[in-house]
Ligand binder design. Structure first.
Ligand code: GDP
Ligand code: ZN
Length: 452
């Protein structure tokens, strides 16, 4: 959690390295004194100025565009200043230092990861689900994920949550009002058609849950372990699946050296493939750390592809490989090099025959993986969702179910019914951030990049 949320903050907002332009962003409640120190001309709000950025001795560091967004119409809801200079690490560092030096007496300090977005959330420029979508949009690894993250950012998900919540709150208001007049308790359920309202809430919640489930698959993807003996065609399969996937291949941190984890996409769904070829015994410390991390990845696996050469009998080595994998994870047996086999055995639910070389059977394999993930290519996934959102929706659904159970019994007390509605309301609010602990906020925003 950010301890000093009132101080002005500054950060380089563009990615490290060289680029055409680099942006420095400053946010604070009142940046007027800082502007006065940095520039000798007044800045027109939301207007591009081409100015020289000078150091404290009035020597130019760079020249570029300056934009000033006075509060509250800015990203953070505070005064925001953006300096767009040349995108080199040294020049940006100098600009950053110049800002820190000029702003020192106003308490200007370096921003923590996600702090700009955290302020936007605190100042109600975004709700929590939208703030999360900012990070998801930046991290999106496929066009489908980026499109859905943008939908979340625009509030498509939050709006549905709000609509459901409004209905729950309204129903609860009616109950609370009735509670003051105990003689009307029995009539309440009839009078306000409470059962019908609950039924329609249940239906809409489960629809939202299905959509959120799809949105979560699109964000989290599927973790696949590719196991098999040397030379059965694991690398060939990986390359064939990657095909003309324009995926940004992102090796898991720490495994860069042996590239044990690769990411590909199937219909925009990220598929994290762990190649067990990297999991050999080793004396190399660095490599061993990478391998330990890979085992941690394997623990998260949703499915194991056990690849074998169609021409070879299953042998003890295969048993040894599968023995080391978590028993609860489903195994998909895949026989490769179909092109070298005399006959054409037919694939079934648990066994697939493919050729990484000719591409035969790969479409079936892709489809099987999506099925296992629970992805429905026909169903739209309008927005991205996180596991946290799905859990909260489940919790809300449970409380609505309990409320419905209370409503079935006319003799039950209405305050229990009201209490379940209150708990469902709280669960929904945790998605958009009205009821969220500081710990959770800290966790969410600290995973952002610096300058966002
Ligand atoms: P890995 O050790 O399991 O990663 O196996 P590779 O992908 O390196 O493949 C081993 C050898 O088998 C290479 O010479 C590949 O060209 C060949 N290979 C892989 N898949 C097929 C296939 O489907 N058909 C044929 N004919 N050869 C294949
Ligand atoms: Zn402070």
């Amino acid at each position: 959690m950010v301890a000093h949320a009132h101080e002005p903050i500054v950060a380089i907002a563009t990615a490290p390295g060289q680029g055409g332009i680099g942006v420095i962003r400053v946010s604070g409640r009142n940046l007027a004194p800082l502007l006065g120190r940095l520039f000798n001309t007044p800045l027109k709000p939301r207007h591009a100025h081409y100015l020289s950025f000078n150091d404290q001795h009035d020597q130019p560091i760079d020249k570029g565009i300056v934009l000033f967004f006075p509060a509250p119409h800015s990203y953070t809801g505070e005064d925001v200043l953006e300096l767009q200079g040349h995108g080199g690490p040294a020049v940006l560092r100098r600009l950053l230092d110049r800002c820190l030096e000029a702003g020192a007496e106003f308490g200007l300090r370096h921003a923590e990861p996600g702090e700009f977005t955290h302020r936007a959330f605190l100042n109600e420029r975004l709700d929590l689900a939208q703030a999360e979508a900012v990070a998801d949009l930046i991290e999106a690894s496929s066009e489908a994920a980026a499109r859905s993250a943008m939908a979340s950012l625009s509030g498509a998900f939050s709006q549905q949550v709000h609509q459901l919540d409004d209905r729950i709150v309204h129903l609860r208001m009616l109950v609370e009002a009735t509670l003051d007049f105990p003689e009307e308790e029995i009539e309440f359920l009839e009078k306000y058609q409470a059962r019908e309202q609950l039924q329609s809430l249940q239906a809409d919640l489960s629809h939202l849950l299905r959509q959120a489930g799809q949105g979560m698959i699109l964000r989290e993807g599927l973790h696949v372990v590719l196991a098999g003996q040397p030379n059965v065609g694991k690398s060939s399969l990986l390359n064939a699946l990657a095909g003309d996937d324009i995926a940004i291949v992102t090796p898991v941190a720490g495994t860069t050296r042996d590239k044990v984890v690769q990411q590909i996409h199937i219909q925009g769904v990220p598929i994290h493939i762990i190649d067990t070829a990297g999991l050999r015994d080793t004396d190399d410390t660095v490599e061993r750390i990478g391998i330990e991390r890979s085992w941690a990845e394997i623990e998260k696996a949703n499915v194991i592809i056990h690849l074998q050469d169609i021409r070879a009998e299953e042998n003890p080595l295969d048993t040894d490989i599968t023995r080391r994998l978590p028993a609860r994870t489903p195994v998909l047996k895949v026989f490769n090099k179909l092109d070298l086999a005399p006959g054409k055995p037919a694939s079934s639910d648990s066994v697939l025959y493919i050729s990484a070389k000719t591409g035969e059977g790969l479409e079936q394999l892709r489809q099987r993986l999506l099925d296992i993930a629970g992805w429905k290519p026909t169903s739209e996934s309008p927005w991205l969702a996180r596991e946290r959102h799905v859990k909260a929706l489940h919790l809300a659904a449970e409380h609505i179910d309990l409320a419905a159970r209370h409503a079935e019994h006319n003799d039950s007390v209405l305050d229990l019914f009201a209490e379940e509605l209150r708990l469902a309301h709280e669960a929904l609010c945790s998605i958009t951030g009205q009821f969220t602990s500081d710990d959770l906020l800290g966790e969410i925003f600290s995973s952002f990049c610096i300058g966002k």
